[in-house]
Design a protein around this ligand. Structure first.
Ligand code: KG4
Ligand code: ZN
Length: 365
């Protein structure tokens, strides 16, 4: 079964073709990072307008790269939740229209659940870009423990099978990616903050600044807002200013080595917090596999810390498939299609704030 996936929930317009939920044939991602970098974060209206301009060319390129015509496509899959409403609308309207025009079944896919499915892509087509991806050798086994860490979500989810999962931990405030982005702003590092912090941290001393780890009543839950504030207070102390000094001007007073040491110290503590929770969940649930997913799963220090501490191998996708893409959407759609029928292309609506658990209940698996 060959599925064309479309993703537009935030600031990437993406289309990809995946066969049988494992073989990646083409993968096109048009990132708006350069556009939003000017504003230091995603501007929703600008994102939606840009999706509108590029969605058709992106889909066409996904077909061309795969050497496919519409006759070769068995189904279309699209992100319908969660995300920015204007952004989601562009992708779903494109997918609904294409499904009607080309008479293809349409599958609505939950973005956060799909991040996990980047780990199920184990085979690749012949297209130049795709051949360069270093894919995992085998798919994760169930029960599978997934750490999902992105700009909008930080969750620990136990998958018993496809479509059968339980949320066992989640953030009580900021997502970890959001903390990376906010701390980068405090330190004067460019958007998106995750890759900027990881880069600065390479030159920094991760033990120079002592930062706190939150204690939660459910030990598998997270909280990152205190860590972000602790960085702000420590920076203020370091440059001799208090809370009355504008926070956007603090970075200008830091030396390069102070900035890099803050980046490294924050990264260490944020990642240690994630690793502590994964280890706890591992001991409690004894899963057959552990995967990481979402944009923060691209972080090399997180991968290394997990690999060093977990008794079994940690599984992750190549960086290009950790950040937002449509390959993960087309991959998950294959497993969704095994369990239930397609959506109605005339009525599919977007749901900007639907959790994974709500989505599972809605889809009635
Ligand atoms: O999954 P994603 O592309 O979009 C969402 O669904 O949110 O995740 C984006 C998040 C951003 O917060 C970004 O700063 C973070 O992932 N990120 C990273 C890295 N690459 C992206 N965080 C830490 N280290 C990285 N290398
Ligand atoms: Zn995402």
């Amino acid at each position: 079964m060959r599925i064309l996936g479309i993703e537009s929930s935030c600031d990437e317009t993406a289309a990809a073709i995946v066969e049988d939920g494992r073989r990646l044939i083409s993968n096109v991602v048009n990132s708006q990072i350069d556009i939003h970098a000017e504003y230091g974060g995603v501007v929703p209206e600008v994102a939606a307008r840009n999706h509108l301009e590029v969605v058709n060319p992106v889909v066409r390129k996904a077909l061309a790269d795969a050497n496919c015509t519409w006759g070769d496509i068995d189904a279309i899959a699209v992100t319908y939740a969660p995300g920015l409403v204007g952004s989601l609308l562009v992708g779903t309207l494109a997918a609904r229209t294409l499904a009607v025009i080309h008479d293809k079944p349409l599958y609505n896919i939950h973005h956060v659940e799909a991040h996990v499915y980047a780990n199920f892509i184990t085979e690749q087509g012949v297209n130049e870009e795709i051949r360069q991806l270093n894919l995992p050798k085998s798919q994760p086994a169930f029960p599978m423990l997934a750490l999902i860490v992105s700009g909008g979500h930080s969750q620990l989810v136990l998958f018993r099978d496809h479509g059968d999962y339980e949320l066992i931990g989640q953030t009580q405030d900021d997502a970890v990616g959001e903390a990376y982005d906010k701390v980068a702003k405090i330190l004067g590092l460019p958007y998106p903050g995750g890759p900027s912090i990881a880069k600065a941290a390479l030159n920094g001393n991760p033990r120079r600044y002592q930062l706190p780890k939150a204690h939660m009543s459910n030990p598998l839950d997270f909280s990152f807002s205190g860590l972000k504030t602790a960085v702000l207070r420590a920076v203020q102390r370091e440059v001799g200013k208090d809370f009355t000094f504008p926070s956007h001007a603090l970075a200008g007073l830091l030396t390069a080595s102070q900035r890099d040491d803050f980046a490294a110290s924050f990264q260490r503590v944020a990642n240690e917090t994630l690793v502590d929770k994964v280890l706890l969940a591992y001991r409690q649930y004894d899963p057959a596999s552990v995967v990481i997913a979402g944009g923060v799963a691209a972080n090399q220090d997180l991968r290394r810390q997990l690999a060093d501490n977990l008794p079994i191998a940690i599984q992750y996708a190549p960086i290009q498939l950790c950040t937002d893409n449509a390959a993960m959407i087309a991959t998950l759609a294959y497993y969704v299609a095994q369990k239930h029928g397609p959506a109605d292309p005339f009525n599919l609506e977007v749901i900007p704030s639907l959790s994974m658990t709500e989505s599972m209940i809605r889809e009635g698996v």
